[in-house]
Design a protein around this ligand. Structure first.
Ligand SMILES: [Zn+2]
Length: 413
């Protein structure tokens, strides 16, 4: 299927280029070729399993579920605008674990969202697709209501032809409340602090946080866990309405921010999302392609995260290693907080010292908006692999931790 219109595009998550069809997985049984285990190949990141030549393959019954996942993750491709490659098929001697299909579907959906071109995946289409992926009760704040309540998102998206908005999806289910937030900038030009062309090339991925958060919530929903998903959705562009350097933004929690760089828009829209989180106990996990500093520090394969909670921090690290979705914790070093103090406002959106420790100061900025009592984890990830293709860093590490937390709470009761 070649996408020619927005209507075609809306159908992508169901029909499109997610070549793997979970229900067909073990219907095929001809042309068997035996596989070796990807674990023997020393993969540090599961999705790096090599793409196989077009054929039918048999997966040996001794293959572990992690290996199977690795093989299938490696076969993802996104080429809707070129001649499609012939399909690769797999056969198994026994049914795959039931967890496999939802996991692949959610990861492939995240990747497809990230890989989608920004002329088609604008805020309107992004909204349509995420509401297809998670059918049910969405709330959308847009227009005058947005400019009254969530001024940061309204300001960041003001120069786009596509209206900025914040979306919320609530699913009442088992376990503590997980608030999952994802930065969803469908294209980031940098605004008036315009990016040079080389830095703008991959900026369709700036909704990567929203894509990963949506993928994660597809799993939470399939397991009937208690969660809300909040997505601030904007396109950061330039016209006469663009927000400016020097603008002061009032946030819903009473704080104010002076904008010193319009390319540090992610933390602004995330502040609105954090303000909209439901109160009380529970967890807040946000995903964002937030800073170049994170990429410089850890490269594209290792997701960076921050939390004040040592136990939770350790758990995420261990699970990441276990399921080969590597993540690394960085410090919320309080000593840098003063660098975000404004001269005429409570906060500035970047420090005035050239961005030293930029991933940390971005995280410290967000901390001002996290509701009290919540356990908070902030992921600053690249959202793309080394080939510039979508990558759902941290999704599986988080998913494993969430499952464990819900199980533990059940056992306590
Ligand atoms: Zn930016």
């Amino acid at each position: 299927m070649i996408v020619k219109s927005e209507e075609d595009f809306k159908r992508l998550p169901e029909t499109g280029h997610l070549k793997y069809k979970p229900d067909k997985l073990y219907e095929l049984s001809a042309n068997l070729t035996v596989f070796t285990s990807p674990e023997k190949e020393g993969l540090t990141r599961l999705s790096k399993f090599p793409k196989l030549p077009h054929s039918s393959y048999h997966i040996d019954p001794s293959t572990s579920s992690l290996s199977l996942l690795s093989i299938l993750l490696g076969q993802y491709s996104y080429k809707p605008y070129a001649e499609p490659s012939p399909p690769i098929t797999f056969s198994l001697s026994s049914p795959p674990p039931p967890s496999l299909s939802p996991l692949l579907t959610s990861i492939f959906a995240s990747k497809t969202l990230i890989n989608s071109p920004p002329n088609l995946l604008n805020p309107t289409i992004f909204t349509a697709i995420t509401s297809n992926l998670l059918p049910g009760p969405w709330k959308e704040i847009v227009g005058p209501e947005l400019s009254l309540k969530f001024k940061a998102t309204s300001a960041v998206g003001s120069a786009s032809l596509h209206q900025p908005r914040i979306l919320k999806y609530r699913h009442v289910g088992e376990g503590p409340l997980f608030t999952i937030i994802g930065k969803s900038v469908t294209f980031d030009s940098g605004g008036l602090s315009l990016k040079p062309s080389d830095s703008m090339i991959n900026m369709k991925k700036d909704m990567g946080g929203g894509a990963i958060a949506t993928g994660l919530c597809m799993l939470l929903k399939a397991s009937n866990f208690n969660f809300e998903l909040i997505l601030p959705v904007v396109e950061n562009m330039i016209n006469g309405e663009a927000y400016r350097l020097g603008d002061v933004i009032e946030h819903d929690n009473g704080l104010t921010t002076e904008v010193l760089n319009t390319d540090a828009e992610g933390r602004l829209i995330l502040s609105d999302a954090l303000c909209w989180a439901e109160g009380g106990d529970g967890y807040v996990i946000d995903f964002a392609t937030l800073t170049g500093a994170a990429r410089v520090a850890l490269g594209v394969e290792v997701g960076m995260y921050f939390t004040d909670d040592d136990e939770l921090g350790e758990r995420i690290y261990r699970k990441g290693l276990e399921v080969k979705d590597p993540v690394w914790r960085m410090p919320l070093y309080e000593g840098y907080e003063k660098r975000l103090k404004g001269k005429i406002s409570d906060l500035t959106n970047v420090t005035r010292d050239g961005g030293l420790g930029g991933a940390i100061t971005a995280a410290l900025y967000l901390k001002n908006f996290v509701p009290e009592k919540k356990k908070w984890v902030h992921f600053d990830v690249n959202g793309m692999d080394e080939h510039g293709m979508g990558e759902a860093n941290g999704l599986r590490a988080c998913w494993e931790v969430i499952k464990e937390i819900v199980k533990e709470e059940k056992n306590r009761k």
